[in-house]
Structure formats: structure tokens, C-alpha cells
Design a protein around this ligand. Structure first.
Ligand code: ZN
Length: 233
């Protein structure tokens, strides 16, 4: 009990010190490191830290925040006017043509999707490609984001209907080598290993990730979205 009380006391003191100094920094007394500021927009180029998940929610919630964060990371991002009707309204979207290193065939997607793809590409994909292939991913191959349609064999709308999803089919390395979900998935090769890392990385950054492990509809791509459903399959 005495130990529990002592730990509780230490946590309270630490919280009070954090709150007091954070308050002083908000008043302009000194510069609080952005990395440790839960109310700051994330530096997407920075290695993810304990507050990154929280900071990314500010990016998800406001397309202007998102465009600012992406632009600061060097990704050309311009907000497009809302369009579409019924269940297929797209809001807060940009045309995404590149991430930190890899480019992609330009695709309209919600800015929040683009920012999360950036985090995944920069902090998961590129390091893994360097480790396994000793070269970067030059291009992300995809089947697109926006498509006004229902989920396959169901009546409910797909997250693709609002550009809130992205389908990734493979990767082209700088040497031209292709790593493909359709042909390399679950193989005991570096390409197979890379795809597992890529899929698990999507799970870290997106609410829902579906791979060939999920069903035959996904045998040739990874689906990632920011809808309400949470799963990593
Ligand atoms: Zn999809």
C-alpha cells in the first residue's frame, strides 16, 4: 500500500509539473518541443513518438491542418473543392502524387488518408526496403482511392465512396524490381517478408487494413481505410 501511495504521489507530481510547464509554454514563457506537445500539429518527418497518435487526430479532423502538415513535410498538397452527391460526397481531398520518396500515379484521396500514407511510407516502408533490398521504394502501385460504390457483395457503401480508403497492389523499387501483393504474398522470400511488414505497418496507421489473409477479394491488394471499423487482417 505504501509503495502504491508513493507511486501515485510521484505520478501526481509529474502530472502537475507537466501541466504547469506546459501552461507556461502556452503563455509564451519558452518554446515547448513540438514532439511532446499533444496540441501541436505533427512534424510528419519526425520519428513517431508518444504524442504522434494524438497529433494525427488533429490532422484527421481538419483538412487545413492536414494540408499544412503535408506541405511542411515537402509533399505538394492543395485542397480540392468538395464534390459528389448522395453517399459519395468527397470532402477535404487532395491529388496525391508523391510521399517522402516514393511517387505514385496521381490519385484523389482524403488529405487525412494521404498524411497517414506518408507516415507509413516514410517510417515503415522505406526503412524496411533499405534493410531488405538495400534500395528505396520508388513507386507505390495502387488501384485507387475514390470510387462511388458499395462494398463487394453488400449493400452498404464502401469507404472508397468518400475517398476514405486506398488500395495498394505493390511496390516498384528504384532498380525497377517489382514486389507484388498478388505474386509475392506469404512467400518465404525477402519480397514476402517486405509485404508482411508493409501490411502490419498499414495496421499501425489505419483503422482498417485488409490483406490477402482476409479473403479472396483482397488476393492482389491491401485495402486501408479510416472508417469506423477497426481490424487488421
Ligand atoms: Zn479497397
Amino acid at each position: 500500500m505504501a509503495i502504491a501511495r508513493r507511486i501515485g504521489g510521484t505520478v501526481l507530481v509529474a502530472a502537475a509539473v507537466f501541466a504547469a510547464s506546459y501552461g507556461l509554454s502556452r503563455l509564451g514563457a519558452f518554446e515547448w518541443p513540438r514532439r511532446y506537445d499533444p496540441l501541436a500539429l505533427p512534424d510528419l518527418t519526425d520519428r513517431p513518438g508518444i504524442f504522434t497518435g494524438w497529433q494525427m487526430k488533429l490532422v484527421d479532423a481538419d483538412a487545413a491542418n492536414c494540408v499544412f502538415a503535408l506541405s511542411r513535410a515537402g509533399v505538394p498538397a492543395q485542397l480540392k473543392p468538395s464534390h459528389g452527391g448522395g453517399s459519395c460526397v468527397v470532402e477535404g481531398a487532395i491529388d496525391l502524387a508523391r510521399l517522402s520518396v516514393a511517387r505514385l500515379t496521381p490519385e484523389e484521396t482524403r488529405c487525412a488518408m494521404a498524411a497517414r500514407l506518408y507516415m507509413w511510407e516514410r517510417h515503415v516502408l522505406q526503412p524496411a526496403a533499405q534493410r531488405l533490398f538495400n534500395e528505396p521504394v520508388a513507386e507505390i502501385l495502387h488501384f485507387g482511392s475514390y470510387s462511388c460504390r458499395t462494398k463487394r457483395r453488400r449493400s452498404s457503401m464502401s469507404e472508397h465512396a468518400t475517398a476514405n480508403a486506398f488500395d495498394i497492389s505493390g511496390f516498384k523499387l528504384r532498380s525497377g524490381r517489382i514486389v507484388s501483393v498478388k505474386t509475392d504474398w506469404s512467400k518465404a522470400t525477402d519480397a514476402g517478408k517486405f509485404l508482411f511488414i508493409a501490411r502490419d505497418g498499414l495496421c499501425e496507421w489505419f483503422n482498417l487494413t485488409l490483406s490477402p489473409d482476409y479473403n479472396a477479394d483482397h488476393e492482389d491488394h491491401f485495402h486501408a481505410d479510416m472508417g469506423w471499423r477497426r481490424s487488421c487482417r
